[in-house]
Design a protein around this ligand. Structure first.
Ligand SMILES: Cc1cc2nc3c(=O)[nH]c(=O)nc-3n(C[C@H](O)[C@H](O)[C@H](O)COP(=O)(O)OP(=O)(O)OC[C@H]3O[C@@H](n4cnc5c(N)ncnc54)[C@H](O)[C@@H]3O)c2cc1C
Length: 453
């Protein structure tokens, strides 16, 4: 996509949101403020709070409460670049002060435990109940370890997935991975196990691989990286492979990076000395010095506890690990869960799970709730936007932008083919450098749209 088209593309997605600001602001026939409780103050939760307030500025009409245990939020996007010192955790961490000012209420720093959908309140860890008229759940992802022997919620940091942030003062997994890479011998074997579909940010494992390759090239040039993947293809594959060929000798005898497709890991062993052994479904035993293992992902634990996932469907049933919703509004379709909405990575649609998409879904959900409060129907036609820059080398980024529209039967979203743009396969170094600059500019603009800072 040319930079001209990309600008137009980003502008169009903003137009959708701006159009909503012109929705009629009639005097509401209500005496008590509507209560909206948002569980999770990540990308989706912060965005929906900001847009609800944007559309209904009066606190006397809508009270917004965000329940979020973390005192600060670190964006998972951008963390891969920490491996090559292009970013720091501090630069990726936001305070909630601006968000609180904007929505007109303090964030409740508690862990939400459950939702009472009969009496309509959310219970948090200190025992307080928060009543709601509308409850929005935006609690992200959790990990499923039961499909690989030897990997557990206790030992996973030894083979860091670095796919979620703790913000609790403990060392973040991306820092652990960085330290492991720094400490390994020159001549080591690094393995990245890519997750099974569907998972958070489809290109992120391959961006991680690229960043590790760049680190190896600069600091441990006798080392190699193997990506083990149960899939037979991956996001932006052409562009990644082109970059890997240009930068890391991909598919040559001296390849620094290799991709092994359709390989399932059944078991992992970690020796006392820290060596890792990955045993495949074909009984291959792969030895590695450093491993980044990205487990199977599923909707957050909270959504399971709140009864927003179909239970008994099996942990490995790809489609059933996420929360079923009405894609027009993102309201849960689980029996008895009216008034509860699920947005962001926890929700079940065919849309890619990304920050960009979590932000788009939050806007659709905000429109749906504002429309319900104001008694406005029908909803405007939903078009959601996704976009992603991947940093594959020094001053070298590739991007993808896509739009999806709600199907006419409103069952899901479908890609609008003419609104899909990727970096050209043949481009010069200046183009790649410009994309890297645009990627950093996107980060700043996007984060401001979510968190106001
Ligand atoms: C390495 C990496 C690179 C990425 N790169 C990109 C990219 O370039 N572009 C892009 O668009 N996306 C990218 N993503 C994906 C993006 O980060 C996620 O899709 C996005 O954060 C999803 O937003 P969310 O609100 O659903 O979840 P999150 O942002 O994870 O927020 C969930 C929040 O819920 C809170 N929570 C959980 N349980 C509870 C509870 N019980 N009570 C209260 N709160 C709770 C958590 O503390 C958290 O703050 C990347 C991800 C990774 C890991």
């Amino acid at each position: 996509m040319s930079s001209m088209n990309r600008r137009k593309f980003i502008k169009q997605s903003v137009v959708v949101a701006s159009a909503l600001l012109t929705m009629p602001i009639e005097v509401f026939a209500q005496s008590v403020a509507k209560k909206v409780v948002i569980v999770g103050g990540g990308v989706a939760g912060a965005t929906v709070a900001r847009y609800l307030r944007e559309f209904i500025p009066q606190v006397a009409l809508v009270e917004i409460t965000i329940i979020e245990p973390k005192r600060t939020y670190t964006t998972p996007f951008g963390t891969n670049e920490i491996l090559t010192n292009m970013r720091t955790l501090e630069a990726l961490t936001v305070e909630y002060t601006e968000l609180e000012k904007y929505i007109g209420s303090k964030i409740v720093h508690q862990k939400a435990l459950s939702i009472d959908n009969v009496n309509k309140h959310v219970l948090v860890a200190d025992g307080t109940q928060y009543p709601y008229d509308y409850c929005i759940v935006a609690t992200g992802i959790d990990f499923e370890y039961s499909d690989v022997v030897g990997l557990t919620s206790q030992n996973n940091a030894e083979v860091p997935h670095a796919y979620d942030m703790y913000n609790d003062g403990s060392t973040e997994q991306i820092e652990i991975l960085k330290t492991q890479l720094s400490n390994m011998e020159n001549g080591s074997h690094v393995v990245l196990v890519a997750p099974k579909n569907s998972y958070r940010c489809p290109p992120a494992p391959y961006e991680r691989a690229s960043q590790i390759a760049q680190f190896i090239k600069e600091h441990k040039p006798n080392s190699t990286l193997t990506i083990i993947d149960s899939k037979s293809s991956f996001a932006k594959q052409d562009s990644f492979e082109k970059a890997w060929s240009e930068l890391y000798g991909y598919q040559t005898n001296n390849a620094l990076i290799r991709w092994r497709a359709e390989t399932f890991i059944d078991q992992i062993e970690i020796s006392e000395a820290g060596k890792k052994y990955l045993i495949t479904d074909e009984a291959d035993r792969i030895e590695a010095d450093v491993v980044s293992y990205m487990p199977t992902m599923k909707a957050s634990k909270f959504t399971y506890d709140a009864g927003l996932v179909q239970s008994g469907m099996g942990a490995f049933d790809m489609a059933q690990r996420w929360c079923p919703i009405n894609p027009e509004t993102f309201e849960s379709t689980m029996a008895g869960k009216q008034g509860i909405y699920v947005i962001g990575d926890s929700s079940r649609t065919s849309l890619p799970k990304s920050g960009y998409m979590a932000n788009s879904q939050a806007k659709v959900c905000a429109i749906a709730i504002v429309s319900a409060i104001k008694g406005l129907t029908p909803l405007p036609e939903s078009v959601v936007t996704n976009g992603c820059y991947s940093f594959v080398g020094k001053e070298y980024a590739i991007s993808i932008f896509q739009k999806f529209k709600l199907n006419s039967d409103k069952s899901d979203y479908t890609l609008i083919p003419q609104n899909r743009g990727t970096s050209p396969l043949e481009a010069d170094a200046l183009w790649r450098k410009k994309e890297a600059e645009q990627g950093h500019a996107w980060y700043a603009n996007f984060r401001r749209d979510c968190f106001g800072v």
